[in-house]
Design a binder for this molecule. Structure first.
Ligand code: HEC
Ligand code: HEC
Ligand code: HEC
Length: 110
């Protein structure tokens, strides 16, 4: 095999690895209400995943930098004390002083 062939194959596999990584970063936006089949009257939260990924390390929210499962367990899914409020979204918005980070309309649009 020639050197050129080798580097062609290597570049090809590197490209497919990075394509895989991109494919694994999850959707740019997610309707968390639909995803978790949450019942209630509040407008669904469409989570801007990409916006958060651009600012934060994956491990701020996931166990690994591959994403997938969240680093918190979601058990309570109804009412104001739901685990999204209490365990993940609000604590970080408070800590990072996100403007209007606890305003209902920031997350529950409409
Ligand atoms: C930082 C984002 C964020 C903010 C700010 C926020 N919520 Fe939520 N809330 C969520 C997420 C995520 C869920 C779960 C997904 C869903 O229901 O769409 C949720 C779910 C809820 C639920 C349970 C589901 C339902 O429809 O009954 C209620 C009630 C609720 N929020 C009320 C509020 C109120 C009232 C405010 C303002 C004081 C507020 N939320 C502010 C993210 C937020
Ligand atoms: C600010 C929090 C946050 C950050 C940072 C974050 N994610 Fe996520 N990610 C979420 C939430 C919330 C979900 C939805 C989880 C759920 O519904 O259980 C999710 C879901 C995912 C999913 C699953 C999508 C699916 O369709 O099942 C993948 C894959 C993922 N994230 C990858 C990443 C990667 C890779 C990074 C870093 C580049 C990252 N995430 C950064 C919050 C975050
Ligand atoms: C680890 C920190 C962190 C976590 C966890 C987090 N956020 Fe945020 N969020 C941020 C930061 C930082 C910003 C401000 C981004 C910017 O500068 O525009 C933000 C902004 C937002 C915005 C406003 C986007 C805009 O258009 O201005 C929404 C909506 C939002 N977050 C929803 C959520 C929801 C829903 C959750 C829980 C599922 C969540 N966030 C969890 C850090 C976090």
């Amino acid at each position: 095999m020639t050197k050129r062939m080798m580097s062609f194959i290597l570049t090809g596999s590197l490209l497919s690895i990075s394509a895989l990584c991109l494919a694994n970063s999850g959707p740019a936006e997610m309707d968390l209400k639909a995803r978790h089949a949450i019942e209630g009257k509040k407008a669904a939260v469409v989570f801007p995943h990409k916006l958060h990924q651009d600012k934060l390390d994956c491990v701020k929210c996931h166990d690994t930098d591959q994403g997938g499962a969240l680093s918190i367990k979601t058990e309570v899914m109804t009412g104001m004390k739901n685990d999204f409020h209490k365990k993940i979204c609000w604590p970080c918005h408070i800590e990072m002083e996100v403007p209007k980070g606890k305003s209902c309309k920031t997350c529950h649009k409409k």
